[in-house]
Design a protein around this ligand. Structure first.
Ligand code: TXA
Ligand code: MG
Length: 310
């Protein structure tokens, strides 16, 4: 308990000085900085090697803190009441007099906002005078981090502090929904779209592969382990690591299980760390068996599809 408090204090100290720190969320780790500070936000882009035109998500502890920065609407309220804090990111209209750094939104008039669920991150947010801009804590286009050690693997000593909150509960990024006009899905994520549709009582438009690429999570090459990956594979080639979701009768050294009983939640949670492990084990190619395209399985398939474009 004492160390939790002192770690939060330490993170706050760095953030107050415009440094970046890595933070745990229920989805993936974030690389956080003061969203009101140009200095902090520019550091995030530099560390991640992220193109400046790819806007960031801003994280808040609760709705009260939001009103200075963006306009809210009825659809937002409905979804907020049901799913926040949780794995959903909302695109809303940015207020003209908001203090959000122009580098966060790349001068757009919209902003991505989210209320993360992890208790450490929430405690940290509540202790600050500003919201936190935080993209996933990985080098641009690579695999997101789901453990403190992944963050270190990505950035080494380049970041000041990792607030260690254990392994992320969901393991895949948040679902992004654009609420500026007709509700539109921009990224499959930790929250199932059908649940969103149930609350809104209508279908949402799906634009996860928009040509305009509003959300670069939509870029075809993304979430990449950095080695070739094939999907929907029945039988692996000789030198491939084989990623499975169901137990096979015979098992071989190159078999890696996301789950042994086709559990999709568990598979999502294990996906990025297993891909990292396969790479560490020295494999140069990955084959993945077919994964059911329902619930969070849709998000797993979305990520694997993009990773397979390597
Ligand atoms: O689960 C998550 O969402 C994690 C944790 C740390 O919160 N964050 C995350 O951030 O995945 P990032 O930066 O890796 O992905 C954010 C996505 C990007 O694809 C970005 O283009 C999109 O959100 N985005 C940000 N602002 C936007 C805006 N105003 N309009 C459309 N898309 C936006
Ligand atoms: Mg990312």
């Amino acid at each position: 308990m004492k160390s939790i408090q002192s770690n939060i204090k330490k993170a706050k100290k760095y953030l107050d000085k415009n440094h970046c720190v890595a933070v745990p969320t229920e989805t993936v780790y974030g690389l956080a900085g003061n969203a009101y500070s140009n200095t902090s936000v520019k550091k995030i882009f530099r560390l991640k090697k992220r193109p400046m035109n790819n806007p960031l998500i801003v994280h808040y502890s609760d709705i009260d803190k939001l009103k200075d920065d963006c306009h809210i609407n009825d659809n937002f309220i409905k979804l907020y009441n049901k799913f926040s804090p949780g794995p959903i990111t909302f695109i809303l209209k940015l207020k003209k007099n908001s203090k959000i750094s122009k580098f966060v939104t790349n001068k757009r008039n919209s902003i991505a906002i989210r209320f993360p669920k992890h208790s450490l991150f929430r405690k940290l947010l509540k202790s600050l005078e500003y919201p936190l801009a935080a993209p996933s804590a990985n080098i641009s286009s690579k695999l997101s981090s789901v453990k403190a050690s992944d963050v270190i693997e990505e950035f080494g000593s380049k970041i000041k502090f990792v607030l260690d909150g254990g392994k992320c509960e969901i393991g895949l990024e948040s679902t992004i929904i654009n609420l500026l006009g007709k509700p539109t899905l921009l990224r499959y994520g930790g929250l199932d779209v059908s649940k969103i549709e149930k609350i809104l009582k209508k279908k949402v438009l799906i634009k996860t592969n928009s040509k305009k690429k509003i959300a670069p999570g939509q870029f075809s090459l993304h979430y990449s382990p950095g080695i070739p990956l094939r999907i929907n594979v029945k039988k692996p080639k000789k030198d491939e690591a084989f990623v499975l979701v169901k137990k096979r009768k015979a098992t071989f050294k190159n078999y890696y299980y996301l789950s042994k009983n086709n559990n999709l939640q568990q598979s999502a949670k294990n996906l990025y760390s297993l891909l990292r492990k396969i790479k560490r084990d020295g494999y140069k190619m990955i084959a993945v068996e077919k994964i059911q395209n329902k619930g969070i399985g849709k998000t797993i398939n979305d990520r694997l599809n993009r990773a397979s474009k390597y």
